[in-house]
Design a protein around this ligand. Structure first.
Ligand code: R5P
Length: 325
């Protein structure tokens, strides 16, 4: 008898979603060929949240998709409630699928008496009952180590690299530019894929919304420049990086990041930016109004296929790292 590849060793594969990015969860389910599971989330007038599954999870291999995007605290609380309720409803295993783990930016004690939310949220998710975590492009990959349960950490490098190859002929003649030292490894991986040059900016963050670029290491003179980063939040880092690259003689500038968070002045800044386009993936839901507000400069790339492949491989017990090859 032929065994369905989606039912090896485990109960049925079930995918549910919190409220933060339902379109991504639906797209993942389309790739998996299963319907998105039914659940309801209600927020009471006193701000308390309640969740309820509307179908059986008994012995199921449950995946819950939730990005930590605005309102972040609600998103985290809702995910914890969904995990806890799944466990109470006798799910066999629960994997928290967190395409964007925003608190990865809070990963060290770099000032006196500050919180390290990246670790605290990891503790909370495990306490709620998460058996595994599936995420993408953590701000710093060591955040992975905050979890005691298995973490599959996906990379969007291939998606970003292929995007540059699609939109820019002869991309290999360009230069991938890391806007700060933290992005060098990612930029190097994409430069390797494109077979292009590599450069980076020596940047210092001066406040939550301002940065100070001090030097550009590498040669961008007369070349197309591909800026890559883990995320765009206020776009402060991006503006400085693009302007710096232009001052150093860059030809056209293209930008691609994993998480398009686009907070505060980001959309206005991108509209005015001296870059051909700014792409981000759909780990965070980007409203159509923001794309329009950017004068059509913002583009969205889908990570749904990659997440679907990872979920399928986790479910069937196959390697996830092979997806990066
Ligand atoms: C910084 O270390 C990160 O890699 C991003 O460059 C940063 O989080 C982006 O934030 P913003 O868009 O607010 O400058």
């Amino acid at each position: 008898m032929e065994v369905s590849p989606l039912n090896i060793n485990r109960g049925p594969l079930l995918v549910f979603s919190g409220q933060s990015n339902i379109p991504l969860a639906q797209e993942i389910c389309q790739h998996l060929g299963i319907p998105l599971g039914r659940s309801e989330t209600v927020k009471f007038t006193n701000d308390n949240i309640i969740v309820q599954y509307e179908e059986s999870l008994r012995e199921g291999d449950v995946f819950i998709v939730q990005s930590f995007s605005t309102p972040v605290s609600d998103a985290i609380m809702e995910l914890m409630l969904l995990i806890d309720a799944a466990k109470s409803a006798s799910a066999g295993r629960v994997t928290a699928v967190i395409p964007y783990y925003s608190y990865a930016r809070s990963d060290k004690k770099d000032a006196p008496r500050i919180s390290i939310a990246g670790r605290l949220v990891a503790d909370l998710l495990q306490e709620a009952g998460a058996d595994r975590i599936l995420t993408m492009t953590l701000h710093s990959s060591q955040v992975h180590g905050f979890f005691k349960v298995p973490v599959d950490h996906l990379s969007s490098d291939r998606i970003l690299g292929e995007h540059f190859q699609r939109v820019v002929p002869h991309a290999h003649e360009g230069v991938v530019l890391a806007p700060d030292a933290g992005s060098i490894k990612r930029a190097a991986a994409i430069a390797h894929r494109l077979n292009s040059g590599l450069a980076f900016i020596d940047k210092q963050r001066t406040s939550d919304t301002t940065v100070d670029p001090r030097a550009l290491i590498g040669d961008v003179q007369g070349k197309n420049v591909f800026i890559v980063d883990d995320e765009i939040s206020t776009a402060g880092s991006l503006v400085e990086a693009v302007n710096f690259a232009k001052r150093m003689g860059a030809k056209d500038v293209y930008v691609a990041v994993t998480h398009g968070v686009y907070t505060g002045p980001a959309v206005e800044r991108i509209r005015a930016l001296d870059a051909v386009q700014v792409a981000s993936t759909n780990t965070v839901l980007v409203p159509e109004s923001k794309i329009e507000g950017s004068g059509g400069k913002m583009h969205v790339l889908s990570v749904a296929q990659l997440f679907a492949d990872a979920i399928r491989n986790i479910h069937t017990g196959e390697s996830v790292s092979t997806l990066f090859e």
